[in-house]
Ligand binder design. Structure first.
Ligand SMILES: [Fe+2]
Length: 350
């Protein structure tokens, strides 16, 4: 599908996001479940730019660290590490595996990286081919800065969601701003994620998009009552029952704790049942439960983060957000904090 358009999207990915230069090498990794159209279009785009692509395709392992035993670890580590850039299309993630840890261990000498786990031509073309990436970068940077500077944040929705929390001073945000600088690790563009002060999170979260894993699209709203960062009640029919049973199955109290939240700010993302795109739907907030990745709690020493048996993300559509009482989102529409930020959102078509 999209055999004409995909190369164009990949050209924007490599030229505008990676700023790939003539003569640079780029590792394109994938597994036997990946879309080879996306992989090959990326290699073609690299050739158009005068760069040198190399494709690493492996048998689909188990994801993350569980996949260590299945991966050709040394060839992947040595091969990818020696490239200037790395785009990962694997469906069973190298991300968070031991291979990944070894490749990125030196923050001053590693390939710049963008995560495109499981991305298809449809997702690439829809989200990237019409994107004004420089404008998105400016908008996301401005929104991340004002959110980072806030002390107290409130998020509501018309579904009845109403939750408040404080930011944790000094904790880094993960800003998927669409530009991959030297040595940088970036996620698919259009998202700002962060972990607030966990104890301060109180209220209700209402998931009305996707709850994944294990459910996918929810049949109706699922309501989480949260006290001091911990889920104390889950309501909402069969989805709520199934999700609570799934959390309990790990026998790990961390699974009932909020791990992070995120804004979705990808102008062309739509709910597709594919979590990487769903969590970027414009004006949503996404709430993660369970394991907290080390990058989200930069103030806690070590790479471990807060270990949990698993992790799940819930999408809450069309949110309203107040930063220290100043409204920035109204039912998913950007209304602040400054006229310039609002203007950038409108110029992005939102
Ligand atoms: Fe998450």
């Amino acid at each position: 599908m999209y055999e004409f358009e995909t190369v164009n999207a990949c050209l924007i990915l490599l030229r505008d996001m990676f700023r790939l230069q003539e003569g640079e090498s780029i590792a394109i990794t994938c597994d036997t479940e990946s879309s080879m159209e996306a992989v090959e279009a990326t290699a073609q785009a690299a050739v158009i730019l005068g760069a040198k692509p190399v494709i690493f395709k492996i048998a689909a392992p188990a994801g993350g660290k569980a996949g260590d035993k299945d991966m050709p670890m040394e060839p992947l580590i040595q091969g990818i590490k020696s490239c200037d850039a790395w785009v990962e299309f694997n469906t069973k993630l190298i991300f968070y595996s031991t291979v990944y840890d070894k490749i990125i261990e030196d923050p001053n000498n590693r390939p710049r990286y963008m995560n495109q786990n499981g991305v298809t031509p449809e997702v690439l073309v829809r989200n990237i081919s019409k994107l004004d990436n420089n404008l998105l970068n400016k908008f996301i940077t401005a929104m991340a800065d004002c959110t980072k500077n806030a002390k107290h944040i409130r998020v509501t929705s018309e579904r009845g969601m109403d939750i408040e929390f404080d930011n944790e001073p000094g904790r880094e945000f993960l800003v998927a701003d669409g530009i991959v600088e030297k040595n940088e690790i970036e996620m698919f563009p259009g998202q700002i994620s962060w972990a607030p002060n966990f104890e301060s999170i109180n209220g209700t979260i209402i998931v009305d998009g996707t709850l994944s894993p294990p459910l996918g699209a929810v049949k109706g709203p699922v309501k989480f009552t949260v006290k001091k960062g911990e889920i104390v009640k889950i309501e909402g029919g069969i989805d709520a029952v199934e999700f609570e049973a799934w959390l309990k199955s790990f026998n790990d109290p961390q699974m009932f704790k909020v791990a992070h939240l995120a804004y979705g700010f990808a102008p062309y993302a739509k709910l597709s049942g594919y979590i990487v795109e769903d969590e970027r739907v414009w004006g949503c907030t996404e709430w993660g439960f369970g394991n907290v990745g080390g990058m989200l709690v930069s103030d806690i020493p070590g790479e471990q983060g807060i270990p949990g048996a698993s992790h799940s993300d819930g999408i809450c559509l069309n949110c309203s957000v107040w930063l220290d009482g100043v409204q920035v989102l109204d039912k998913g529409v950007v209304v602040g904090p400054t006229p310039e930020v609002v203007q950038m959102a409108r110029a992005l078509g939102k």
